[in-house]
Design a binder for this molecule. Structure first.
Ligand code: KIV
Length: 273
């Protein structure tokens, strides 16, 4: 594959075969999508995490399908080389199979997604099958699934004991068998993630699931360090942009207050008195 080839499901499956890691990031706006594309990311996810890092919700549960579509549209206008996945938010696919297909269709038709992601394993079987029957590719998501926050009683690492690890392993096998092209493994021990990854022919994308997954995903704001709220152990900050932005804004404020901005270089001059 040459550097500029559009990434498709086929290329992702080839990467899995070659043992090449897949780099995935979230994006919620045009500018970030362009920068991620330029940097060479393989997959972009407009995740329901947008509720927390962009819209200021306490968790992902209030996010609506309209909000995801709004941000997906901005990202897809970047005409990305990376493969673009749209997240189905809480209650956009749980109540009925019809809802699920209609909302998955909206992410593709209105938002420009190339695939949808949804949380859950075997219990989501009928929903996943119906979306696939509408020719919409599905990415699974198991482990610490944030939409099950209240069911879990908090954000807890899943699959730590043998019984729950075996269940997650079985869920992963199920997602591959039903036809998902990939799946997110979130918040599970690396040993379990490795076992799942090695047993599947589709790529696993880890977040808090160790290094042995077929690829990794991070929330872009966490990677860039734009917010300095609590970050879980798996988050690695590759920059401290929050501090850089605050410094730049403070300097602007100071110069405005001191009458130093705009100076002559940043002003227009004319012949009028
Ligand atoms: O919403 C999201 O950003 C996600 C990823 C972190 C996997 O689901």
């Amino acid at each position: 594959m040459t550097k500029r080839d559009k990434i498709t499901i086929r290329s992702l499956l080839d990467m899995k075969k070659r043992g090449e890691k897949i780099a995935m990031l979230t994006a919620y706006d045009y500018q970030t999508a362009v920068l991620e594309d330029r940097a060479g990311v393989d997959m972009v996810l407009v995740g329901d995490s947008l509720g927390m890092v962009v819209l200021g919700y306490e968790n992902t549960l209030p996010v609506t399908i309209e909000e995801v579509i709004h941000h997906l549209k901005a990202v897809s206008r970047a005409k990305l080389r990376p493969f673009l996945v749209g997240d189905l938010p809480f209650m956009s696919y749980q109540a009925s199979v019809e809802d699920a297909v209609r909302n998955a269709g909206r992410l593709v038709k209105e938002g420009g997604a190339e695939a949808v992601k949804l949380e859950g394993g075997r219990r989501m079987g009928p929903v996943i099958k119906a979306i696939l029957d509408a020719d919409i590719p599905v990415m699974g998501h198991i482990g610490l699934t944030p939409q099950s926050l209240h069911q879990f009683g908090g954000y807890r690492v899943q699959g730590k004991d043998q019984k729950s690890a075996d269940k997650l392993f079985e869920e992963a096998r199920f997602l591959e068998e039903i036809g998902c092209f990939s799946m997110v493994l979130e918040g599970i021990p690396w040993q379990l993630a490795r076992k799942i990854t090695e047993s599947l022919s589709i790529p696993t994308i880890g977040i808090g699931a160790g290094v042995h997954c077929g690829g990794q995903v991070l929330v872009i704001n966490d990677l860039l360090g734009t917010l300095d709220e609590f970050a879980p152990r798996f988050v690695k900050r590759y920059a401290e942009l929050g501090a850089v932005i605050t410094r730049a804004i403070s300097e602007y404020i100071r110069e405005v207050k001191d009458g130093k901005f705009p100076d002559e270089d940043h002003s227009y001059s004319g012949d009028t008195s």
